[in-house]
Design a protein around this ligand. Structure first.
Ligand code: GDP
Length: 473
């Protein structure tokens, strides 16, 4: 690739390396310094391109506070399977159609907006935390508020706890929707009590987390839930500047037979217009058309507004960021650069650069952060609790374990994505990772350690901690 860029023959580069005593063949990877040396040697002028150079003009415009205006909150619905996430999303969507709002909802684009008391709210249309964490793993945070749906006849379950961990790791406030209150076995108070054990304190229990009793299928208190969202949004004081070039995040993307690459994006800031040129993930394109959640073509989309973009050259991925750039050349330069970066990363991964407990320790050491994130999965709740207590006791003023998430059950993909976003190592006690989780861990370079004796587990972590304490190690 370097030879090609210099319009030289690859064989001449190989010869040059040989003279230096290095055996290289086309396709081998060299570092930036070596590349620069060679380019200069071959009589070329080198311009080092860092990410910050390429992306100059992207993500770096500071907004003046007087330009900021309120923007709608972006909400994700999370919770245990069958607790009513989809039903809640449907109930909210139906409320909009019932209110006779223009357009109604005719198509699924990955997110939709409703209006309540004259204020807009954006809902991510994919329930569950998988989408949420995948996006975060790609460095994008789109969710402002998480609605945690808990069925009142089933109370707190494993995925409820997972959802809490995900929201907490992301620093996203939770609103609890206690669902299925129409059922005669519903026990809302039990839900509140159980949430306490997971550090979710609802208002009536002396905390600050808003909770609403709803029935998604009977459409009870859906308006109260929306009011709670707006109240929480007010507390968060969400703002953006609509009068600037747009930036945002892809929440869904696909290759459509008839329409080509289609990406649904959420505008974070600025206003996106038809005709804008955008760089998005490793791709770019000129916005040929914008389609809203009602299936209507629109000319522009402002902050927190979900919209489909048509006209991209390739299909980006969920979680990719986009920004409007000044011209096509710039857009191409950015996508070329990012594609190259992605290739290099893939090569590095193949070369076996894996995260490990040791690596994490040395990273923490250099960053000076003396706590390390762990995810604990065990066969039964009792052993998980015992491990938590033992690890907690290990902590000193200088260094301590931070349990990002713990629970009973096999290690799943959700644990892997949580590990990736929080930088945690996963410890399995008498449990294994399922097949998908193993594949994901392999791909993302997440370390999973297995134990069947609590003492061994605690001792390992103790060793690692003492490594953190003595800088000479
Ligand atoms: P999800 O897996 O969390 O998306 O849950 P769903 O929305 O698919 O709901 C699971 C089941 O619970 C479905 O059979 C729903 O009809 C039922 N359900 C959801 N909300 C309610 C409710 O408020 N009351 C009652 N009685 N059933 C509900």
């Amino acid at each position: 690739e370097l030879a090609q860029r210099m319009a030289e023959r690859a064989v001449d580069l190989v010869k040059f390396f040989m003279k230096q005593g290095q055996m290289m063949k086309p396709g081998d990877v060299i570092d930036a310094d070596t590349a620069e040396l060679i380019a200069v040697e071959f009589g070329h002028t080198v311009k080092r391109v860092a990410e910050s150079d390429v992306e100059e003009g992207m993500f770096n415009i500071e907004d003046r506070s007087e330009d900021l205006q309120s923007r709608p909150p972006v909400v994700t619905i999370m919770g245990h399977v069958d607790h009513g996430k989809t039903s809640t999303l449907d109930a909210i969507r139906d409320a909009r159609v019932a209110s006779g709002e223009a357009g109604g909802i005719t198509q699924h684009i990955g997110a939709y907006q409703v209006e309540h008391n004259g204020q807009k709210i954006t809902f991510i249309d994919t329930p569950g935390h998988a989408a949420f964490t995948q996006m975060r793993a790609r460095g994008a945070q789109v969710t402002d508020i998480a609605i945690l749906v808990v069925a009142a006849d089933d109370s707190v379950m494993p995925q409820t706890i997972e959802s809490i961990s995900h929201a907490k790791a992301a620093g996203v406030p939770i609103i609890v929707a206690i669902n299925k209150i129409d059922k005669h076995e519903a026990d809302a108070q039990k839900v509140r009590n159980q949430l306490l054990q997971h550090d979710v304190f609802v208002e009536s229990m002396g905390g600050e987390v808003l909770d609403v009793e709803i029935s998604a299928t009977k459409k009870l208190n859906i308006d109260k839930l929306l009011e709670a969202v707006l109240l929480q949004a007010e507390i968060l004081d969400l703002k953006a500047n609509p009068d600037r070039t747009a930036e945002g995040v892809v929440i869904e993307a696909k290759l459509d037979k008839g329409r080509g690459s289609v990406a649904t994006v959420l505008v974070n800031t600025g206003t996106l217009n038809v005709g804008d040129i955008i760089a998005v993930g490793n791709e770019w394109g000129r916005v040929r058309a914008l389609v809203n959640d009602g299936g209507e073509q629109i000319k522009s989309a402002g902050p927190s507004m979900p919209v489909e973009i048509l006209g991209l050259q390739g299909t980006p991925q969920a979680g990719d960021r986009f920004a409007v750039v000044e011209n096509e050349a710039k857009a191409r330069e950015i996508s070329d650069y990012r594609q190259r970066l992605a290739r290099e990363k893939a090569v590095a991964r193949q070369a076996g650069q894996r995260g490990s407990l040791e690596q994490m320790m040395s990273q923490l050491q250099t960053s000076g952060l003396k706590q390390f994130p762990l995810i604990i999965k065990g066969d039964v709740q009792g052993s998980v609790e015992a491990i938590n207590v033992a690890l907690d006791k290990l902590g000193t003023d200088e260094v301590r374990a931070r349990i990002v998430h713990s629970g009973a059950g096999a290690i799943t993909e959700s644990d892997i994505s949580l590990a990736e976003t929080s930088g945690a190592v996963i410890l399995g006690f008498n449990v294994r990772a399922n097949k998908q989780a193993r594949a994901a861990a392999d791909q993302d370079g997440i370390e999973i350690r297995y134990y069947n004796i609590i003492y061994d587990l605690v001792d390992d972590i103790k060793q690692a901690m003492s490594g953190l304490l003595s800088p000479e190690r």
